[in-house]
Design a protein around this ligand. Structure first.
Ligand code: NCD
Length: 309
């Protein structure tokens, strides 16, 4: 039962609960009108202290499609945070107005703190360079839909693996499924954090490799997860400029790739995937964005929906 719970870290969900969410998302996608009144009279608050397109709008679209309403801010300068209000006070207040809170915040740990002060479910829509659990739901649903399974795969993560919260959440979760192997492709400065290697990967005996050469591993991959270099987390602009175009996936680099490779990207894309790749049938990043809305419908319905779905 997910009713009333928080989602701060992907580990908050058992694998069976993930499966339940995916199968509900699939049912919703097949017959969305059947679910249109599940959240009638309920209010979702979206508190975004950092920019967003897909996460915020897909949550809001999801709530509207379930018959509920949304309020919130996309710009902290328009809220009392700009007057110096603490996060704890903002959350206690919003929890009095809304039935569920979705929050994105630049500080690692902000969602955990919010969950401690909230009387309604808090969902982490990204806390700094830490975690982004609903992007993981999106990514796993996409892989499951396109491959039929999230087990026995070789997944390549490419780009900013140090600051990319989507990578951290997805790698930790894929590590909990059977027989997955991982390849971490990044420049030296942007390697996957030790806490993930020594934590989730070690705990689950995950076989993994690290390299800075995308071409050398391309042919081994079942899933290629491209990411943007996270400019907002850099301490200086020079490092960002030096690293931002380290990887640019194009048709040439895909020559050795498997025929059934799935190319994912949480988006937004900057330069890391050439536009020519969009026409390749293996490019799944726009389908992925759409699955994000269905899985968020399933999540909202499970956390605060009226009926058992
Ligand atoms: C990601 C994020 O915010 O971490 N975007 C998203 O939610 N789809 C990835 C990114 O910003 O690079």
């Amino acid at each position: 039962m997910l009713q009333g719970r928080h989602l701060v870290d992907p580990q908050d969900l058992q694998l069976t609960e993930l499966e339940d969410l995916f199968s509900l998302a699939q049912r919703i996608q097949k017959d969305p009108l059947h679910y249109r009144d599940l959240c009638r009279g309920k209010i979702l608050a979206t508190l975004f202290f950092e920019p967003s397109t897909r996460t915020r709008l897909s949550f809001e679209a999801a709530m509207l499609r379930l018959g509920g309403s949304c309020l919130g801010f996309a710009e902290p300068s328009s809220s009392s945070v700009a007057k110096g209000e603490s996060l704890a006070d903002t959350i206690r207040t919003v929890a009095a107005y809304a039935d569920m809170i979705v929050m994105r915040n630049p500080k690692e740990g902000a969602a955990l703190l919010a969950s401690r002060y909230s009387s309604v479910p808090v969902v982490n829509a990204g806390d700094g360079g830490h975690h982004h659990p609903t992007q993981t739901l999106t990514d796993l649903l996409t892989i499951r839909q396109l491959r039929g399974s999230t087990e026995g795969l070789t997944i390549g993560f490419c780009g900013d693996l140090r600051f990319g919260r989507t990578v951290h959440s997805l790698a930790e979760t894929l590590a909990r499924y059977r027989n997955n192997r991982m390849v971490f492709i990044s420049p030296q400065e942007l390697k996957i954090p030790e806490y993930i290697k020594n934590g989730a990967l070690a705990r689950n005996n995950i076989e993994y490799r690290e390299t800075d050469r995308l071409e050398s591993v391309m042919g081994d991959l079942d899933v290629l997860y491209m990411t943007r270099v996270q400019r907002e987390r850099f301490f200086n602009e020079e490092d960002y400029i030096r690293l931002k175009d380290f990887y640019i996936l194009d048709n040439e680099k895909l020559k050795n790739a498997k025929k059934d490779l799935i190319i994912l990207h949480p988006l937004p894309r900057v330069n890391e995937i050439a536009m020519e790749v969009d026409a390749d049938p293996r490019a799944a990043y726009f389908a992925q964005a759409k699955y994000g809305m269905y899985v968020r419908m399933a999540l909202i319905a499970s956390l605060i929906g009226d009926a058992a779905c």
